[in-house]
Design a protein around this ligand. Structure first.
Ligand code: DQA
Length: 146
């Protein structure tokens, strides 16, 4: 059974309390629980990690190689700044879906740029927590035996 690592970056540990008008009321635990249920229904294994530290996210991407079949990453603000995280994803050659709760293209101009998009198979944004489930659907299709 292929498995997927769901990585969440800085400040996403505060989901549910943090700017609920932008990010909604679901907590990260809620999001992870619905991902686990959906992954099971799709026949995927799933693991989760959240960190506020760029290096920890990079280490987690490196460690995913040979363990997981794909990645879902909401890198929070590192999306817009981290060439190092982009390089890490490129290095492991795992299919990665980029997720954002909010529609980053409808927000401030500095959020319109995503380094991660350059190494993603696709980006899902603006659908709140449902975006993670859509990303699991995309990876289930990608990882299904041909
Ligand atoms: C975010 C969007 C980013 O611009 C922001 O820095 C976040 C959350 C989102 O999920 O909408 O922390 O990735």
């Amino acid at each position: 059974m292929p498995s997927v690592l769901v990585l969440n970056g800085p400040n996403l540990n505060l989901l549910g309390q943090r700017q609920p008008e932008v990010y909604g009321h679901a907590t990260l635990a809620d999001v992870e629980a619905s991902c686990a249920t959906h992954a099971t229904a799709l026949g995927l294994g799933v693991a989760f990690l959240q960190s506020n530290h760029e290096g920890a996210l990079i280490d987690a991407v490196h460690a995913a190689k040979g363990v997981h079949g794909g990645l879902i990453i909401n890198a929070g603000a590192y999306t817009h700044t981290s060439i190092a995280l982009m390089d890490a994803v490129a290095s492991v050659e795992l299919p990665m879906v980029e997720v954002h709760l909010s529609n980053i293209h409808a927000r401030e101009p500095f959020r319109h740029v995503s380094y991660l998009s350059k190494v993603a198979i696709g980006q899902i944004c603006g659908f709140g927590p449902q975006g993670y489930l859509l990303a699991l659907d995309a990876l289930a299709a990608r990882l299904a035996p041909k």
